[in-house]
Structure formats: C-alpha cells, structure tokens
Write a protein that binds this ligand. Sequence first.
Ligand code: PEP
Ligand code: MN
Length: 264
Amino acid sequence: LVSRDFHPASTQVRVGPVIIGDGQPPVMMAGPCSIESEAQMLASARIVRDAGATILRGGAFKPRTGPHSFQGLGVEGLKLLRQAGDAVGLPVVTEVMRIGQLEDVCRYADLLQIGARNMQNFDLLKEVGRLRVPVLLKRGMSATIEEFLAAAEYIVAEGNDQLILCERGIRTFETATRNTLDLSVVPLVRQLSHLPIIVDPSHATGRRPLVPVMAQAALVCGAHGLMVEVHHDPAHALCDGAQSLDGPQFARLMGQLAQLTAFL
Ligand code: PEP
Ligand code: MN
C-alpha cells in the first residue's frame, strides 16, 4: 500500500493549515527536544515562528537512553506545547511512545510522532493506523529501508494514509557523529513510495555546527521538509542541547534554506 507501484500519485499530508508533499514548499518542523517549562516552550515557539517554521515540535514523553535522565513533563508538557502553539499560531507535533498515551496526545497534538525506538512497535503502529490523525514515522536507528517501509505499511494498512516518513540517521561504526545521516534514503523512498519524506539533521548528526549544512543537503536530495531542534538557550537544555540551534542560528538557517529552495 505504501508502494508507488500500487499507488502512483504522490500523497500529500495535511497538518492543520500545512500541506506536506510533492509540489509544496518544504515544511519546517522546529522546536525544543523536550518541553521544559511554560517560559521555555513559549520562547522557543516565538523563535521558530518568527523565523518562518510552520509546525512546532516539543517532546512531552521522552524515550531517554537511561532512566535517570529527564523523562519529559508528560501530560503537563502536552498542555504547554498546545498553549505555545496556539499562542504563536502553529500546529504542533509530539511523540507518542505507547498506546496508553494516545488519548492524551491526540487531545493536544496535530501530528503524532512515532520515534525511532518505536518504529517496530507494531501494536502502536496498528493503533495509530486506525486513527484519522496525521503521523510522522521516524526510521529506526538500525532499520533497513525495507523494514522502514514495512513499518509504514502497518499504519497505511489500517486505513491511515496521512503518513510522513522521517530519516533521522542510522547506527554505523562511526562515532564522531551521533548517527550517520543516510541521505540516499530520500531519493530512494521518493522512487519507491508515494509518501512524503522529511529529514531530521539534529538527531542524525548530534552536533550543532553540522545541522545547517546537512539540512541544506537534505533539501537538495529532495526531502519534503525538515525537523530541527531549536532551543532559546541550548547550553541549559534538559535534553539534546549539543544539537540544538539557538534563535539567531535558526533564523540564519531559514534564510539559507530560502535562498536554496529558490534554486531547486
Ligand atoms: C525526537 O525527535 O525527540 C527523538 C527522540 O527522535 P528519534 O526518535 O529520532 O531519536
Ligand atoms: Mn532530541
């Protein structure tokens, strides 16, 4: 069902007023890794809106590697995300980690994110497939393209074709970057599937200085958009500060991307 052989026309996904897919300008989803407080969320939301992002991100349920790291604010965080999105007029995306969180996440979010660690949580995939809410599916860190598309198939097979794929880097022998950004997946998925695909250069590199250049590279490769972590004060971020852009850096990136897309 996700294959272009079966469905030749490209699928467009609608998130609030934003349309993602072929023939649309690249979407920019941006915001902090984690929702930390009302003030932090609002400051980050203003930064990304003022620079031209059209979807606000923020994690309330965080899949942290260790149990002693900040786990997110949960439902309280969802409310702060919604409040910040409404304050700046942007739809919001946030991660759902398990079926039990779906009701709360659907109440507050416009786009449901399935994180890399849950790409093969088949029960969760089936459940979001039964909803009529757009979904962002991130590639598992060790998933092949075939496995990535098979995971997408679970969602579409239940009737939900409002699905965006996201390349966020894969695990390789290289440790200098957090993950290895597999940009070849972008043209390949565009060829194999009718679903839109975006790139997350923040989790892919783990390093702030690499984010802008890889963001540009992703658009050159044909990505339908980007997801970028932005924090008003990255040095004090509770999660992923090292890969987060601050306000001026994000505004500069948006300027560079505007110049680039004029050529594409
Ligand atoms: C995230 O986007 O906050 C996140 C945890 O990403 P990933 O699932 O790609 O690691
Ligand atoms: Mn993060």
